[in-house]
Design a protein around this ligand. Structure first.
Ligand SMILES: Cc1cc2nc3c(=O)[nH]c(=O)nc-3n(C[C@H](O)[C@H](O)[C@H](O)COP(=O)(O)OP(=O)(O)OC[C@H]3O[C@@H](n4cnc5c(N)ncnc54)[C@H](O)[C@@H]3O)c2cc1C
Length: 429
């Protein structure tokens, strides 16, 4: 797809985050590139920026190359929930890698959350507007989470929610501003950042180095001793060692017009809220009194803004019918709608480690990257600096082919089946 057509899709539709963001830092131009780098990182999402920051702080000469503007992909257009754990459940991780490595992965996810909290709540990152706490809701009567129905009605007026649980270590925030603050940190630490520069070719050269060609004409060449691929769900054929393991999956967000009084009545809490279904929703109040509503995935289709707004309108009415009625009476519309691409492995866990001589990858965080991508970036940086201890936990994650188009169909079927199972469970419990 050409760059122009790409910009027309909901994947690059303007987000509420962009409208309310701090100014984007000025990155480097091609003239500032040196001949060789210790490490070249491809993809400036949260994983890439974190890896770059840790490496540069330890004294490595680092170049970070981003196809678009920083924060335009998943890391700057997501729901803004930063919670513990991984996209895969703890039980499934334990079954896959055994209890010891599962514990190590759990500890890493916790450390990632702590790393994000420390920054998001610091003075330099105040534009991220962090808010403490995440409420998880269950639609299933047999879940019996610790906040039962009477307690729940003080937090949310939705008849289908049966019980809930509060995670006070989690928080929600403005992810694009976080990305911009982190970019400033990287620049201050000496990382050379090239935006709007796609790596189109990767070629090993004689002395163990790798040449990266930038742009369609490939005239700009960057040489590095080691490369780290952090392309999320959007890497192309030039990274086939990684893209055969990670599927690009779309997910969707809509944001309403401001309606602070209506929201205060129906959602009398500032907590971020998500439900426990595999194919569930997440929502939160934004700083200017709007509702952010996240929903759905698709491996096969890329719905228009209009379609995303229709999906969100139906979804809100199904879960918060009184809120939907008040929105309609007050003529509150959905002002923004966008999608974003996540990278998913078949087992929902990321691939973090070596994929070829002097080539490493950090990708596949699915819908749960805000704590996991930064810690994985740190662990790969440690490994490149000579300490591979904490890479062990990631090595225990099996590499599984996704089988391209076939894998996408399987992912779509899995999602639709999960939706049906969720519906049946809600009815029978
Ligand atoms: C709509 C949406 C809502 C989400 N909500 C949440 C949430 O609330 N909480 C949560 O924890 N997670 C959430 N996620 C998931 C989370 O955003 C991701 O897991 C995380 O951002 C992944 O980070 P990353 O660095 O791996 O990838 P990305 O942020 O996708 O970064 C990869 C970068 O690589 C660049 N790139 C690709 N190919 C090339 C190339 N050839 N040359 C140069 N650059 C290249 C891309 O342009 C991109 O900037 C959500 C995701 C989406 C899309």
């Amino acid at each position: 797809m050409s760059h122009r057509n790409f910009l027309k899709t909901s994947e690059f539709a303007p987000t509420w985050y962009e409208k309310t963001a701090i100014r984007a830092p000025v990155c480097h131009d091609a003239a500032s590139l040196s001949d060789t780098y210790d490490v070249a990182i491809i993809g400036a999402g949260l994983a890439g920026l974190c890896a770059a920051l840790h490496l540069a702080k330890a004294g490595s000469k680092v170049v970070l190359i981003e196809k678009f503007a920083i924060g335009q992909a998943a890391s700057g257009r997501n729901g803004g929930f930063c919670t513990s754990g991984w996209a895969c459940s703890s039980q499934d991780i334990s079954k896959m890698v055994g209890p010891a490595q599962a514990q190590a992965l759990d500890d890493l996810a916790e450390e990632g959350l702590g790393w994000m909290r420390e920054r998001a709540f610091s003075k330099d990152y105040e534009s991220c507007q962090p808010v403490n706490g995440c409420l998880t809701l269950s639609l299933f009567a047999d879940d019996k989470l610790d906040i039962s129905k009477p307690g729940l009605t003080k937090l949310i007026r939705g008849p289908r929610y049966k019980s809930g649980t509060l995670d006070s270590t989690a928080f929600h925030f403005h992810p694009l501003n976080f990305m911009r603050c982190l970019t400033l940190d990287c620049l201050a630490s000496g990382v050379n950042i090239q935006e709007n520069s796609e790596v189109t070719k990767v070629r090993s050269v004689g002395d163990g180095n790798t040449d990266l060609s930038l742009g369609d004409d490939g005239k700009i060449i960057v040489t590095a001793s080691q490369i780290v691929i952090t392309t999320g769900g959007t890497g192309g054929a030039q990274f086939s060692q990684l893209t055969r393991l990670v599927l690009p999956i779309q997910t969707f967000i809509a944001v309403s017009d401001p309606m602070p009084e209506i929201l205060a009545h129906h959602i009398p809490t500032d907590l971020a809220i998500a439900d426990t279904r595999r194919a569930g929703n997440y929502f939160r109040k934004l700083s200017d009194g709007r509702l952010l509503w996240g929903m759905g995935i698709s491996a096969l289709s890329a719905p228009s803004h209009k379609k995303i707004k229709t999906m969100a309108t139906k979804d809100i009415a199904a879960h918060l019918p009184e809120l939907a009625k008040d929105m309609q009476s007050a003529n509150i519309k959905l002002a923004y709608a966008w999608s974003g691409t996540m990278g998913y492995a078949r087992h929902f866990m990321p691939y973090v480690g070596q994929i070829a001589k002097n080539r490493f990858c950090v990708a596949g965080f699915g819908g749960h990257g805000m704590n996991t991508a930064p810690i994985a970036g740190k662990v790969i940086a440690e490994a490149l600096l000579g300490d591979t201890n904490r890479l062990e936990a990631f090595r225990s994650i099996p590499r599984r082919e996704t089988f391209g188009a076939l894998g996408k169909v399987a992912a779509e079927v899995y999602y639709r089946t999960s939706q049906i199972k969720d519906k049946i469970k809600e009815i029978v419990t």
